[in-house]
Design a protein around this ligand. Structure first.
Ligand SMILES: NC(=O)c1ccc[n+]([C@@H]2O[C@H](COP(=O)([O-])OP(=O)(O)OC[C@H]3O[C@@H](n4cnc5c(N)ncnc54)[C@H](O)[C@@H]3O)[C@@H](O)[C@H]2O)c1
Length: 346
């Protein structure tokens, strides 16, 4: 592929993930945003007009309603697909699996997200682990927020030769903030009925060697997920060794309760103060001072901004599929620079 011109990226589905991918694509030097397709005819797409980003109706039936709502529609999804090199599908769970047929028929490369099953693309992506095996492929699936965090952290321990097996409990946010008037839970906790919850097996779709079991419970707040982990190490280790293993990943940021970051809302506030778009926390924010090592046992907790953590990996997945980069480190460095990720939050 010729890289003198930026790779043109189309986004289908401009929701929680789609809008963040759009901003992240615009921040890259080697990519351009071809346009955005959706079916929404309300306020949600209007900010795109002010930014000069082309809006396309994802279905022919929606052209009329979207125009009647006052949106300037540049065409349909077919038109958008005709002027792009790759599609990032950010539609809700299970819709992307149907769109895949359209992308294949157009001969386009595409990325789906964690709501879809591994089988939809046959490849599951976390930049630090499966970048190289995605290079030149037609498609990949960027795994879910929780799975991304699990693969990042356990890979860091594995690379340091410390990981034997890991058992985690996930406290999952009830719903996303923008739609919290529609549902979510209040004044209760809802355990996931099955152990393991799906995230452990999903992490194995990226790295089959991981010995990991997860359990999950839905909690009545919308800010982020919180994970508690208990890890059997391969040997006795010091706390410093474990922290160094996590420090080796630019996408894990150590935070300290002793610094006032005592809860997930304070970390979100810091993201806002740093001027991150949408207050995005792209990193796994892991409490350094809470982390405990007892000989060959390790315990720790971290925060996952479900809305943001998969965004850098999505940008890296675009580089892998299109061959803009062939080594994970190169792409990760470029993405990190463009998004202000350094391994430290401030
Ligand atoms: N929300 C999260 O925290 C999160 C985190 C990681 C991964 N994911 C995954 O990302 C994907 C997108 O999730 P989301 O939370 O951004 O969804 P969302 O509901 O916030 O946004 C989906 C968007 O797609 C649009 N849409 C619906 N049907 C469409 C169609 N047929 N064609 C085009 N657009 C259509 C909707 O109008 C909406 O704007 C899912 O696979 C989800 O599992 C979500």
């Amino acid at each position: 592929m010729n890289h003198h011109n930026p790779i043109r990226v189309a986004i289908n589905g401009y929701g929680v993930i789609g809008k963040r991918v759009a901003s992240a694509v615009l921040a890259q030097r080697d990519m351009s945003l071809a346009g955005v397709a959706d079916i929404a005819a309300d306020w949600r797409l209007r900010p795109l007009e002010a930014r000069g980003i082309g809006i396309y109706a994802a279905t022919p039936q929606q052209v009329g309603p979207m125009r009647e709502a006052g949106l300037t529609i540049a065409g349909t999804l077919d038109d958008l697909l005709g002027r792009t090199d790759l599609v990032v599908d950010c539609t809700p769970k299970r819709i992307a699996a149907q769109n895949v047929e359209i992308y294949r028929a157009c001969g386009l490369k595409f990325i789906v997200h964690g709501g879809e099953k591994h089988e939809v693309t046959g490849h599951s992506f976390v930049a630090e682990v499966s970048f190289e095996s995605a290079v030149g492929r037609t498609a990949t699936r960027v795994v879910s927020c929780n799975t991304t965090s699990i693969v990042r952290t356990l890979t860091a321990l594995k690379r340091a030769g410390l990981l034997k097996r890991a058992r985690g409990t996930l406290l999952r946010r009830a719903t996303d903030p923008w739609e919290s008037h529609l549902g979510g839970i209040m004044n209760t906790l809802v355990p996931e009925p099955d152990i393991p919850s799906h995230q452990g097996p999903d992490a194995q779709s990226v790295d089959p060697e991981l010995d990991v079991v997860t359990m999950a419970v839905k909690v009545p707040q919308t800010l982020a997920h919180l994970h508690y982990w208990s890890v059997q190490l391969t040997r006795s280790a010091s706390k410093e060794e474990v922290l160094d293993a996590f420090r080796a990943s630019s996408r894990i940021a150590l935070i300290r309760a002793g610094d006032g970051l005592v809860a997930i809302n304070t970390v979100k506030e810091l993201m806002s103060d740093l001027g991150r778009p949408h207050d995005n926390l792209y990193e796994v924010a892991l409490w350094e001072d809470m982390l405990k090592v007892d000989r060959d046992e390790l315990f720790y907790a971290y925060m996952v901004d479900n809305q943001a953590i998969v965004i850098p990996d999505t940008i890296d997945a675009i580089r892998a599929l299109t061959g803009l980069a062939t080594k994970s480190d190169d792409s990760i460095a470029q993405t990190n620079e463009a998004l202000g990720i350094s391994g430290k939050l401030c």
